[in-house]
Structures are given as structure tokens and as C-alpha cells.
Design a protein around this ligand. Structure first.
Ligand SMILES: Cc1ncc(COP(=O)(O)O)c(C=O)c1O
Length: 373
């Protein structure tokens, strides 16, 4: 069996033909054609008014914080159990990340958990729709509206999921997605910033390309100091092509999960993450299991042993406060984040997975667990 990867994008003939069109014709007057179409169709899918394609999801979070006016002295609540990209941009604007615990079932923030982190300095929260799932959005949104706390929704991993029939990515004052190589839609790197607020959109637009408002009607004229967070028309062509068959991609993700579930249902040394959260339609972006804590085998040990097989298992995220980069911000013991992290494994969930590969992954998974527990 050839190496099985953790993730692999879906690249079909149509994607290649869109990319070819962009390479051949997408220059000068046509340099933004795919970008414009992608913005329109993405907004429609996520049910937001404005979508701004960017070079990374991380840049989208950074711009979002700037647009919301977050600055030095402010605190921004963010989950401890997520990827570094959710939290790092808070420090780019000089604010302080306050690391919050997550719920064990959703692996996301909850109103109850975030209330514990509130102070008079809290100006915003970054809520992550982790691994294709969603928190209980209604409670969080209602509370934040009342308290005038701004929300950035980090939906990088969860395109195609729904909460109470509303698309994930439609809950934040600003929401962000990623088109990095492991994501549902992928151009290698890339991101999207979404919002319903015209002023916020215009501010992000201004800052995403060297602060040029265009008002002075001159080339190369910066009104404010900005960034270069543009994505290329070529990348946009690939993402647009994939977006046009997004439901097929989502169906495949669910099939992968169901196949793992069916073949592991009698294996009592693991639990699946909870894909059945009330009000949530999961996107099944990544199939995640947890080793039972009584096995004497944690994720780090599992990962070490798994290296000798030609399968790319991935650990779930480390709590951010457990790493040198964020240690100084550690405030409380985020018990659930640390417990989830200790035993979680991501099973290969790329678009190239089929029944044969899944059966092989399960065989090796059981072998590693049975021989080491
Ligand atoms: C939860 C989460 N937030 C943010 C990001 C940042 O996206 P990007 O890699 O496009 O900067 C990612 C993806 O890598 C992610 O998984």
C-alpha cells in the first residue's frame, strides 16, 4: 500500500482547466475575474454580504482585529484548544490573548466557559468552529450583542457545516476561512474574510493592500499603512472551481467518517469525537478519535509508534498554553482542552480516501493500540 496522507485536496479536470484559464488569460484587465466571481459565490454559500479573498486565513484574523479596532490594552478571548493561527494575530495588534477552556463534546467554546474569562478589558472573542463542528452559537451571539463584545468567527476548518440551519461562517461580526492544503477547498494557501458589515468590509479591503483607498485617484497612493494580504487570481480560480462542487466534497467527507465509524463500532479502545451535537450539522472535515484513557497510551506515544507505518496519522492540537510560544499567557488550568489533547488522533480524511485505504488504516490503528496498551 502506498503512503496514506492525512489530507489531500480534491483536484479534478475542471480545476485544472480553470487554473489554465487563469494562467493564460487572467492578467491585466482580467487579473481579478476569478477573485470577483469567487467573492460573489462564496458570499452566497455562506450567506453573508461581503467576502474578501486573502492570502491566508491568518491574515483574515489579523485584518478582522484591526477592523474591529482591537489594540494594546485590550483582551481577546480565544480557545486554548485550537491551532496557533487563531490566537497569534491577537498579539500582532498588541492585545492580550486570554485562553479559555472548551466543552468536551463540541470541542468549542461555550457561553459558560467564556464568561469565566471576561474582564473589563474584554473587547472581542475569537470563536473557533473546530474540526468541522460548531459551538452553541445562539447563546454566544446573544450574550456578546448585549455586552458589546465583538466576535471573530474562525471557521477555517468548517466550511459547509451548519448551526440551526445557518451556515457556519455567518455568526461572527467577521468570519474567516482557510484554503490551506488540508482544507475542504484548497489552493495550497489562501483564505477568506466574510462580513455583513459594509464599514468593516471596507476597512479590511483598505488594509489588505497597502492602505490604498483609491480616493486620491492616483497609482501607488497609500492613505494608511497597510499589508499585502492579497491572494492571486490563479489561486482563486482553483477555489472557485472546487466551490462549485462543494456539496460533492462534503458528501465524500461524510462517507469517510461513516466508513470509519461502521468498521470501528465494535472496537472498545477508542471513542469517536461527538459528531452529533444538538442543532449542528457537522462538515466531517476530519475524522477524530480519542484513545481511552485507561490504555496507558496517549497521543504522543501513539504518534511516535505510528511513524514506522506508511500512514500519516495526525495528533489533535496541543493546548496553546502548553507551548513555549503562548506559555506566558497561561491563566487557568483549561482541563478539558488538556484532556482532549492528550488522547486525540486525526485519522486520514483526505479526499483520496476509499474503503480499501480506510480498512488498512483501521488495521494499523488497531495493531498499534493492541500492541501498546
Ligand atoms: C482553526 C484554524 N484557524 C486558522 C487557520 C489559519 O489559516 P491559514 O493557514 O490559511 O492561515 C487554520 C488553518 O490552518 C485553522 O485550522
Amino acid at each position: 500500500m502506498k503512503k496514506i496522507y492525512s489530507a489531500k485536496p480534491s483536484i479534478e479536470k475542471t480545476d485544472i482547466s480553470y487554473a489554465l484559464q487563469a494562467i493564460k488569460y487572467g492578467w491585466n484587465e482580467k487579473r481579478s475575474d476569478f477573485l470577483k466571481r469567487l467573492s460573489v459565490e462564496f458570499s452566497s454559500f455562506v450567506n453573508v454580504k461581503y467576502s474578501l479573498p486573502l492570502d491566508h486565513g491568518t491574515s483574515a484574523i489579523h485584518l478582522g482585529l484591526i477592523a474591529l479596532g482591537i489594540k494594546k490594552g485590550d483582551e481577546v478571548i480565544v480557545p486554548d484548544f485550537t491551532w496557533a493561527a487563531s490566537a497569534s494575530p491577537i498579539t500582532y495588534v498588541g492585545a492580550k490573548p486570554v485562553f479559555c477552556d472548551v466543552e468536551t463534546d463540541s470541542m468549542c467554546l461555550s457561553l459558560e466557559k467564556l464568561k469565566r474569562c471576561l474582564t473589563s478589558k474584554t473587547k472581542a472573542i475569537i470563536v473557533v468552529d473546530l474540526y468541522g463542528g460548531s459551538p452553541e452559537w445562539s447563546k454566544i451571539v446573544n450574550f456578546c450583542r448585549k455586552k458589546k463584545i465583538k466576535i471573530i468567527e474562525d471557521a477555517a476548518e468548517s466550511l459547509g457545516a451548519y448551526y440551526k440551519n445557518n451556515p457556519i461562517g455567518s455568526f461572527g461580526d467577521i468570519s474567516i476561512f482557510s484554503f490551506q492544503a488540508t482544507k475542504l477547498l484548497s489552493s495550497g494557501m489562501g483564505g477568506m474574510l466574510c462580513t455583513n458589515n459594509k464599514k468593516l468590509y471596507e476597512k479590511c479591503l483598505l488594509y489588505h493592500h497597502h492602505g490604498m483607498s483609491g480616493k486620491a485617484n492616483k497609482f501607488y497612493w497609500s492613505d494608511v499603512i497597510g499589508f499585502n494580504y492579497q491572494i492571486t487570481n490563479l489561486q482563486a480560480s482553483i477555489v472557485l472551481s472546487q466551490l462549485r462542487r462543494v456539496n460533492k466534497l462534503l458528501k465524500k467527507k461524510k462517507e469517510i467518517f461513516l466508513e470509519y465509524k461502521k468498521n470501528l463500532k465494535d472496537y472498545n479502545k477508542i471513542n469517536f469525537a461527538n459528531y452529533n451535537i444538538k442543532n449542528v450539522k457537522h462538515s466531517y472535515w476530519m475524522t477524530i478519535i480519542f484513545l481511552k484513557s485507561n490504555l496507558g497510551l496517549n497521543k504522543d506515544k501513539f504518534m511516535k509508534i505510528s511513524k514506522k507505518y506508511n500512514i500519516e496519522f495526525r495528533p489533535v492540537f496541543y493546548p496553546l498554553t502548553s507551548m513555549p510560544a503562548f506559555k506566558k499567557f497561561k491563566n487557568s488550568k483549561n482541563k478539558n482542552s488538556y484532556n482532549l489533547s492528550e488522547y486525540g488522533i486525526c485519522l486520514p480524511s483526505g479526499n483520496d480516501m476509499n474503503k480499501k485505504k480506510i480498512i488498512y488504516v483501521i488495521k494499523i490503528l488497531k495493531k498499534i493500540i493492541d500492541e501498546n496498551s
